[in-house]
Design a protein around this ligand. Sequence first.
Ligand code: ADE
Length: 423
Amino acid sequence: MNYHVKNIKLSEEGKRRIEWAEREMPVLRLIKNRFIKEKPLKGVRLGCCLHVTTETANLAITLKAGGANVALCASNPLSTQDDVAASLVKDFGIPTFAIKAEDNKTYYKHIQSVIDTKPQVTMDDGADVVGILHKNFKELLLDIIGGTEETTTGVIRLRAMERDGVLEYPIISVNDADTKHLFDNRYGTGQSTLDGIIRATNILFSGKNVVVAGYGWCGRGVASRSKGMGANTIVTEVDPTKALEAAMDGFPVMSMEQASKIGDIFITLTGNTSVLREEHFSKMKDGAIVCNSGHFNVEIDIPALKKMSKSTREVRSFVEEFNLKNGKKIYLLAEGRLVNLSAAEGHPASVMDMSFANQALSAEYLVKNRKNPMNSNLEKKVYPVPKEIDQEIARLKLKSMGISIDQLTKEQEKYLSSWQEGT
Ligand code: ADE
């Protein structure tokens, strides 16, 4: 088997941690047990580009249990858990190409290794595989049944491809499922981002001025958890409705120009570029900490920070000190990459359970909807996860939590479908 991991001898610890995560993934476990019996993905070549974590390992094992030939690479150079990558190869026979802190060349070489398996279904977190296939491997596109996309940034790129008429196969936007973004983006990012900052720095949140840039689902989650930890949490936004929502949720909302003077910690989660830039760095307090939890490492203008600095040095793992020419210091975490996956372990298994249940069932849906022998009945568009799948995942998750809910009575069903009744 072809693979490239840091050290295959790390597999034992990886296996133990994969099993630990599985305990918190009851919905995915139910799907795995059905997949073992039904083999809905039998013989399908599945190319995955995801953060290589204990949770992703459980997804890959589930897909393989469904009969797929899975190959996996990382969707970020800093997010790989090397013990997990080793265990996937050694214990589960899944070709894995991922090494934590790989350079950009190796990162793309690993994506290439997955593309070399000629995937019929792609599973992306950030649309890198779809992008590279469309740019450089047009001949492979004909055999592709479809793909899935995990994250907001990836979906934005794919919608742009659809709009420009260049998308060559159907994609299911897992991110848009309610059982994904309402939980993973909000509670997952909320907790894991603070976890990453705390593991990297060991700072106390209580009493700090924390500036959260972006009030989408991820920003909402981080702001709420930061407030809960006792930090004075400030929100910056460009969207007036989201800014209003943040204000009515009780957060001070202001421009980054104002916030840059008072923040102790800055967290970007916007999906956009250069959110923190020279005009902000120059106003920051001595000792300010800047980090990012958005998909790409473009939200903090690191080249500008370098240009403003006399020198830099690593003061702790994942903490780089920039000595500015104005005499102040700014601390950058995890090279401006996703701090939750770089300095911590990403979202906890319990929320990834729902995200990856959506992934597994969406892959099955794509394969069920293929035209014989290949291709798809679906159009070359970005589709939502079918509502029945989304709701079934919510039902199963509630059941696993021991929560029962009410059902509509016959009278209520009738009331909801009638238009005659008033006061
Ligand atoms: N994205 C955020 N957290 C993750 C995790 N734990 N595993 C895979 N992808 C993630």
